[in-house]
Design a protein. Structure first.
Length: 621
């Protein structure tokens, strides 16, 4: 019955591994009575959503919970513009609302009253919202300016992961890099339009490892980091591509250098689009990218572009990063290097910006003993100056920081991870500021709020992926309310089940500056002829004994890898003769064996050389 039901309803078999589905089956086993109707289930969705909303609000209203509201828009199956709103708190993303625009242009003025209503639906429940996180589109900037009038404390955070993607796009568009990328795309397109070449690529891989056949990867226009994935795949298939569509050695060298260069951008993007990423991560990753650009070697083909790459990073930092907020986070995280990275004017501007933010934030949410703005700001400034001078209650702050980082605190510590070839230590500066919740409540609250702000709206992008499954082409008549209910249940079931104890919201600080690129690229470098060794043909392989001319068995010069391959091939095919037919299967076999041994000759050349050995008169014939 299960098999028939799944086939008729086109249900995926992985449902039988879903915990929620299995719970349903077990419950139905023990239940006597009719199954509920679809109308009853739809009505019950509202009840379940209400229960989950209460659970989410409990998470968002914690004593140290400060929420970033991420939003972005996409086009649904009915070609309506939909704005999804996602609260981010303590490294966990929750789905909250979808605003559907079916009839109007999706302008900031149209979005404003609806987004404002959605924000108020959270704030009115006792949740402290700090920031609005969105990508760099002009409509989001205009929307923020309208929202700022209603919520003066609101921090504007352009998506940092999107900003790095813009940097990658501009770097790829530089002439020298564009030449390599265009050649790579031509290779990918050549296989895309030619079935024969695709079959050749598959068959050659099958002779080496039939269970591990790789196909070309197309770069995506909207995700420029996908160029790295495409380049890695092309380099992985180099040995096969060079037989089917031979390329110059300079192209392969430049492609390998490009992959090495783009890896740091991929690492930074992965860190910044994580739900636990903070504005301090934005500062750390842009510094890492600047260091990466400055370290380009003189023999790298990107070396002439060194200044252009640094300029691209600086321009995007200036135009698409809330610099004052990021600098404030660096200061509050007790970073030792921000003074050498930013100029005095930028640091002073960030200080003034932080005082304005803190005053508005504390007053809006009534988080200070003072009531009027002037008094609140005076308290905040005094606490901040004491913090900068490491005086008063802050005289031991560096010692407390060291204890947290060393893991000496019984309840909190630091941990480390490996990302690519770099090592990072997790440093959560909010833990430090929690020590001052009683002695400096205003500054502590503002510091934790700033360090809680999410760095990107990648979580909203994930809601789009889920919503495409919920509101698919086959379910395009779903009511907007039904879509929202299903989204709420599906997305938030996992969010509510996440273990908060093991989730910390801090920053990954690099602790190992060595960039061991060779270990990363080991899998992508094919064998060359010099890498192939023939056992038994050298003194080393025979135990290290040297054989001189006086030996009874004269030392014979070992065959070259090509000659040895031909000899081995003929030996393993005793019936091979001049009249043997070179079928497609035999050609593929020959090609695969040659690739395994690092032989770079074409099939036609190999056939000719084999025929000359099998029948010396073949050429004459």
């Amino acid at each position: 019955m299960i098999t028939t039901a799944f086939a008729i309803s086109s249900l995926p078999l992985q449902l039988l591994e879903s915990e929620s589905f299995l719970n349903l089956l077990y419950y139905v086993r023990q239940t006597i009575g009719p199954m509920p109707t679809r109308h009853a289930v739809r009505d019950h969705q509202h009840t379940l959503v209400a229960d989950m909303t209460s659970a989410i609000l409990t998470k968002l209203r914690g004593p140290s919970s400060h929420v970033s509201l991420s939003l972005d828009s996409w086009t649904n199956v009915r070609h309506d513009k939909v704005v999804n709103i996602v609260p981010m708190c303590n490294g966990v993303a929750y789905y909250w609302d979808s605003i559907v625009n079916s009839m109007n242009n999706n302008t900031a003025s149209w979005q404003f009253p609806r987004v404002k209503e959605s924000f108020l639906s959270i704030i009115s429940k006792g949740v402290s919202v700090v920031a609005m996180v969105a990508d760099n589109e002009a409509v989001n900037g205009a929307l923020y300016r309208l929202m700022k009038d209603e919520f003066p404390f609101l921090v504007r955070v352009p998506c940092a992961a999107h900003t790095i993607q813009l940097c990658v796009k501009k770097i790829i568009d530089l002439p020298e890099v564009r030449t390599v990328v265009v050649t790579m795309n031509e290779i990918i397109n050549a296989f895309a339009v030619s079935k024969n070449q695709r079959l050749q690529l598959k068959n050659m891989q099958a002779t080496v490892d039939a269970g591990n056949i790789k196909l070309m990867v197309r770069p995506c226009d909207t995700r420029w980091s996908s160029t790295l994935r495409a380049a890695e795949r092309v380099l992985l298939l180099k040995r096969y591509i060079d037989i089917i569509i031979p390329q110059s050695s300079s192209f392969w060298d430049h492609l390998q250098m490009l992959i090495k260069f783009l890896l740091q951008y991929q690492i930074s993007t992965d860190i910044l689009q994580a739900d636990i990423s903070s504005l301090y991560d934005v500062y750390l990753q842009f510094v890492a990218l600047q260091k990466h650009a400055a370290s380009i070697a003189a023999n790298d083909f990107i070396y002439p572009l060194k200044e252009s790459v640094a300029s691209i990073l600086t321009d995007n930092w200036t135009n698409h990063v809330n610099q004052s907020a990021v600098i404030s986070c660096a200061v509050l995280a007790l970073d030792d290097h921000y003074k050498s990275i930013f100029n005095v004017d930028d640091i002073d501007n960030a200080k003034g910006w932080f005082f304005d933010f803190g005053t508005n934030y504390l007053r809006y949410y009534s988080l200070s003993v003072a009531v009027d703005s002037a008094s609140i700001k005076n308290i905040l400034v005094n606490q901040y100056l004491s913090f900068l001078g490491r005086t008063g209650i802050f005289k031991d702050i560096l010692q407390i920081k060291q204890e947290i980082q060393d893991g000496n605190d019984n309840s909190h510590g630091s941990s480390s991870i490996d990302s690519g070839s770099k090592k990072y230590r997790h440093w959560d500066a909010k833990l430090l500021w929690s020590y001052y919740a009683d002695t400096a409540p205003e500054l502590s609250c503002c510091a934790i709020a700033m360090l809680s702000i999410s760095a990107s709206e990648a979580a909203v992008e994930r809601t789009f992926s889920v919503q495409k499954l919920v509101h698919s082409y086959s379910r395009n008549r779903l009511l907007d309310r039904s879509v929202k209910n299903e989204m709420f249940i599906r997305f938030n079931s996992r969010a509510l089940s996440q273990d908060r104890v093991n989730l910390t919201h801090g920053s990954w600080v690099e602790i190992d500056d060595d960039y061991n690129y060779e270990s990363l690229m080991e899998a992508f470098i094919p064998l060359s002829n010099s890498d192939v060794t023939e056992s038994g043909n050298s003194a080393e392989s025979s135990g290290g004994q040297e054989v001189d001319d006086a030996s009874e068995e004269k030392y014979q010069q070992p065959l070259s890898p090509l000659d040895q391959f031909i000899a081995d091939y003929i030996k393993s095919h005793p019936k091979l003769g001049r009249r043997s037919k070179w079928t497609a299967d035999r050609e593929n076999e020959l090609q695969g064996l040659a690739i395994e041994r690092g032989i770079r000759h074409t099939v036609a050349d190999l056939q000719r050389m084999i025929s000359e050995v099998v029948d010396p008169n073949a050429n004459a014939a």
